[in-house]
Design a binder for this molecule. Structure first.
Ligand SMILES: C[S@@+](CC[C@H](N)C(=O)[O-])C[C@H]1O[C@@H](n2cnc3c(N)ncnc32)[C@H](O)[C@@H]1O
Length: 268
């Protein structure tokens, strides 16, 4: 996954424009704050956060992918941001400095933990008493037409996929509201708010949308066991389905997200 995210970084940034604005606005980072970006990947939001908190603040990006983290580190050096630290680690076990963070933020970086309660409890240990947690994750696949339309178009052309465990680590592991709330509460968070939000995802045109869809999200796994011929037919069907749904400006489909916020401790 790391390799395709690096090669498609500019496309991914474009497609995520609306969700980045919405989630950063909800997180409300302030000048001078300490921020952790969990699963920071190639560093889009890490850099945005570093610019907002400024030289009197600091951001820490944590990710398990060395390749993605190297890319993020190079981008922060290139942007001459001296307040960025990158840690190659699993957020479940990383030794966060206790009580350091005013804000923990994540754009789609928290759905892959083997033990989600342990991971969020560990993340919480690195937060101040009044620290806030803000992240976005996906609701169910059918609630995200941006991903669902391509999957339904490709499905008739490729070998069937065995049904997946909906709570297994992966893109949709927090789709269920009760599970998500339960994990955060068990990890010690308070004032948990799960806001169902539909956000437009779009490339600049169908070609850019295809570049994203064929590399990221659930489609690559569906195509994995297909023969070259089946794959070619499936991709053609996806392109036609997207072209029918997207306007000339590439817009018209959305993803269904949970915009999540919580406090590290109970308000006094
Ligand atoms: C869908 S990508 C999102 C990347 C980035 N936040 C963005 O929006 O561009 C998920 C990221 O979470 C990272 N990740 C997965 N499991 C992790 C873990 N246990 N600890 C830290 N990072 C993790 C992956 O390596 C990947 O970079």
């Amino acid at each position: 996954m790391g390799r395709s995210w690096i090669s498609q970084q500019a496309v991914i940034s474009d497609v995520f424009t609306a969700v980045t604005s919405l989630s950063l606005a909800a997180a409300g980072p302030k000048r001078g704050e300490h921020v952790i970006d969990v699963g920071c990947g190639t560093g889009d939001t890490l850099l945005a956060l570093a610019k907002i908190v400024g030289p009197s603040g600091a951001v820490l990006g944590v990710d398990v992918s060395a390749a993605m983290l190297d890319f993020a580190r190079d981008r922060s050096t290139g942007a001459e941001l001296g307040n960025v630290t990158c840690a190659l680690a699993d957020a479940t076990t990383y030794g966060f400095e206790p009580g350091w963070a005013d804000l923990v933020y994540s754009r789609f970086g928290v759905m892959f933990f083997d033990n989600a309660v342990k991971a969020f409890a560990n993340i919480r240990s690195g937060m101040k008493e009044d620290g806030r947690l803000v992240f976005v994750c996906f609701r169910t696949l059918p609630e995200s037409p941006w991903f669902h339309v391509p999957i339904e178009a490709a499905r008739p052309h490729v070998p069937p996929q065995p049904p997946a465990d909906p709570t297994a680590p992966g893109m949709f592991s927090f789709a269920n509201k009760d599970r998500l709330h339960g994990v955060l509460a068990e990890a010690g968070f308070h004032d948990i708010v799960l806001d169902a939000t539909d956000v437009p995802f779009h490339g600049r045109d169908v070609a850019q949308s295809m570049a994203f869809i064929t590399q990221a999200g659930p489609l690559p796994a569906l195509l994995e066991k297909a023969s070259d011929k089946q794959r070619a037919r499936a991709i053609e069907a996806v392109r036609n389905a997207l072209a029918a749904k997207l306007g000339a400006d590439g817009r018209g489909l959305h993803v269904g997200l949970w915009l999540v916020s919580a406090s590290a401790s109970q308000a006094a």
